[in-house]
Every structure is written in C-alpha cells, then in structure tokens.
Design a protein around this ligand. Structure first.
Ligand SMILES: Nc1ncnc2c1ncn2[C@@H]1O[C@H](COP(=O)(O)OP(=O)(O)O)[C@@H](O)[C@H]1O
Ligand SMILES: [Mg+2]
Length: 350
C-alpha cells in the first residue's frame, strides 16, 4: 500500500547548513496493516510521515501509494490521490469557528453532493467515531479525546485507504489514549484501512501496531514484527527506547546510584532476564536454582502484553554457593533462549 524508496529530506537551515531530517529511508507497508514509526523526539518521524502524502516533498527518493508513484504525479493528480490519505495530528487542527458537523463536512465541499447526501455522510462518520451527539457544538466545547474523534471523522470523509497519525494521542491522558487506540483498531478491522502511527510513546505501539520501524537521527535503524522487535531488539537505541517504558530499566539507575537493593557481595551478580511467556521464566528460575546450587532473589519482575503476546522480564540477584554456579546457570539460560544480561558482576571478587 505504501512503498518508500530511498527517501531523503534535507532542510536548509540558517547559514546554509544542511540538516538530514530523513536519510535514505526505504520501507514497505502492506494493505490493512497498522505500522508504527517510533523514535525519540527529533528523529525525523514527522518529516518521514509527511513525505508519505507529500506534505513534505522528499529531496530525493520515490514514494508509491497503492502501486502508483506519487512523486511523479502532476499537481492535479496528486490532489486526487491525496484524498485517499487521511491524516490526524497531536493538536487536532480543527476549525475553531466551525461546528463539529461543518468540520467533518469540510473535505466534502467540492464533491458535488446534495445537502441530504452530505448530512447522511457526516452523520454516519460521527456515528462511526461515536460522537454524534456533539454534531452542532464548537470544538472549544469538546474534550481532547472528543476533538480527536472529530478529527478522525474528518480524516475519513473521503473514504481514505490510508490514515496517517502523527502523535495522535500524545496530548491525551492515558485513559483517553486507550479509547482512541481502540477506535483506530476498530477502523482498521472494520474498514480495512491501513494505518501509520507515529509516536514517541512505547505503549501506543505495543497496544496497536503489527509492525514497527525505529528511527534515529533521520535513519531507519530497525524494522520488524512488533513482538520480535520488543523481544529481541537488534539495536542499542531500540533497547534504550523500549526501556523508557519498562519498569525493569529502573534497575540501571539504581545500580548507578548504588541503591541498597542493588548492593551485591562477592560471588553474586545482578542479571536481567527476558523471555517469551511460553518459556515460563519464574519456573525456570527455581529449576536452575536447584540444578546449579545458586540462590536467586527476584528484585523486579513484569509481564508485558505486546500485540496479544506475552513478554516476561525479571531482574534477579544470583548468589553462588559453589564456584562456577552462576556461570553454569547463565550458560544454561542462554541455551534455553532466554535473553540474559549481566548488569552488575561480583562473581570474581574476593
Ligand atoms: N521545516 C523544517 N525546516 C527545518 N528543519 C526542520 C523542519 N522540520 C523539521 N526539521 C528538523 O528535522 C529534524 C526532524 O524533525 P521531525 O521530523 O519533526 O522529528 P520527530 O517528529 O521525530 O520529532 C529535527 O531536527 C527538526 O528540527
Ligand atoms: Mg514529530
């Protein structure tokens, strides 16, 4: 549905300097997919997504929508094609001086529809996003979540095949975020609409996306199935990014601050384990404890739900009762395909 081929966007900044906001990015998004683009602020996510509908023209590279190269279209053809791509934003971008009804009717204005047809279309859109009762109020009378529902209805007015969402939930509280994510999921399932979600919020991606791309400094540094990327991030930046939402990452701060929880003695180490839920981390912990004669003290544990699969994580202090116990345990865990990271190591201390 969407293909980017070596897309770059260079901005000229003051003093004739250049800024590579997007650097040679290629990706493919399938029809009916919910695709996430994540990364820290300034990574180039917004610029990249604006290149998908050519709100921003790439400095080089090609963009294909549904098999057609839109970077080669004439302005009039492009305007037609763009109708098939809806977009929503963090700040909703509603017209303050128009009612909800008129906001949603706006994209229909040159379609040659009768008043009745417009009425019918707008009302059915408002019903779809569950905000029909607000049809005749002004945006200022709506909550953030309601505004975003209106913006979604407006983005859907021309029956797009693609919906681009640039930080669409970043201005909303967690509960409202969750309700908007549900709505997006419903639109994807019921209308088969392809959705591209840009976000710096890990939770959004976890709840919503099938696949994800990670951007850093204009580059696409990692891409894949959401569960794969979460369970086996290949890139340090990806891991850092995932860690920003995980409680387990607090352990690094505690180690750095020499917190009491993370104080270890000679013959001990702190290990972080990550496993798919089927491999039952907790049971394994008690098994290796007996088998290799090590004490394992769990100091953190959590289970995350990602695209309906479970990913478990534990931070444990290992204490060996005989030399080599921890090393044997770690080797065994590796063999069991558990991700093992030694955070703090006093195995060889005297
Ligand atoms: N119109 C522009 N002119 C100059 N620089 C820009 C423009 N838009 C974005 N940038 C710069 O490009 C980089 C990427 O920005 P952006 O795509 O907004 O990142 P993100 O959405 O990941 O936070 C940033 O360094 C930003 O300052
Ligand atoms: Mg942005």
């Amino acid at each position: 549905m969407i293909v980017l081929e070596n897309v770059s966007k260079i901005f000229k900044t003051e003093k004739n300097k250049q800024l590579n906001a997007v650097n040679n990015v290629s990706l493919k998004i399938e029809k009916g997919e919910i695709y996430g683009i994540i990364g820290f602020s300034g990574a180039g996510k917004s610029t990249l997504v604006r290149c998908i509908n050519l709100l921003e023209r790439p400095t080089s590279g090609k963009v294909y929508i549904d098999g057609e190269e839109i970077t080669a279209l004439k302005p009039r053809e492009l305007r037609q094609k763009r109708k098939k791509i809806g977009m929503i934003f963090q700040q909703f971008n509603l017209f303050a001086s128009r009612t909800v009804f008129k906001n949603v009717a706006y994209p229909l204005r040159y379609r040659g529809l009768s008043k009745d047809e417009i009425e019918k279309k707008v009302m059915s859109l408002l019903e779809l996003v569950d905000i029909k009762e607000k049809a005749y109020v002004y945006p200022s009378q709506l909550s953030g979540g309601q505004k975003q529902r209106v913006a979604i209805a407006r983005a859907l007015a021309n029956d797009p095949q693609i919906l681009l969402c640039d930080e669409a939930t970043s201005a909303l509280d967690p509960q409202t975020t969750s309700s908007i994510l549900k709505l997006l999921k419903k639109l994807n399932e019921n209308l088969g609409i392809t959705i591209v979600v840009i976000t710096h919020e890990m939770n959004v991606v976890k709840e919503l996306c099938h696949r994800v791309a990670v951007m850093n400094k204009g580059n696409l540094i990692e891409e894949g199935d959401i569960f794969e990327v979460f369970s086996h991030p290949k890139n340090k930046i990806t891991q850092d990014f995932i860690d920003t939402t995980s409680n387990l990452s607090k352990i690094y701060t505690l180690v750095e601050e020499k917190d009491n929880i993370t104080k270890i003695k000679a013959g001990e180490c702190i290990v972080r384990l990550k496993y798919k839920k089927e491999s039952v981390g907790e049971a394994l912990v008690s098994y290796v404890s007996r088998k290799f004669n090590v004490d394992l003290n769990i100091i953190f544990g959590n289970v995350e739900i990602i695209d309906d699969s479970l990913l478990g994580g534990l931070v444990v202090i290992m204490h060996e009762k005989e030399k080599g116990g921890i090393t044997n345990t770690l080797n065994f865990l590796h063999e069991q395909k558990i991700d093992v990271e030694v955070i703090s190591d006093a195995r060889y201390d005297e």
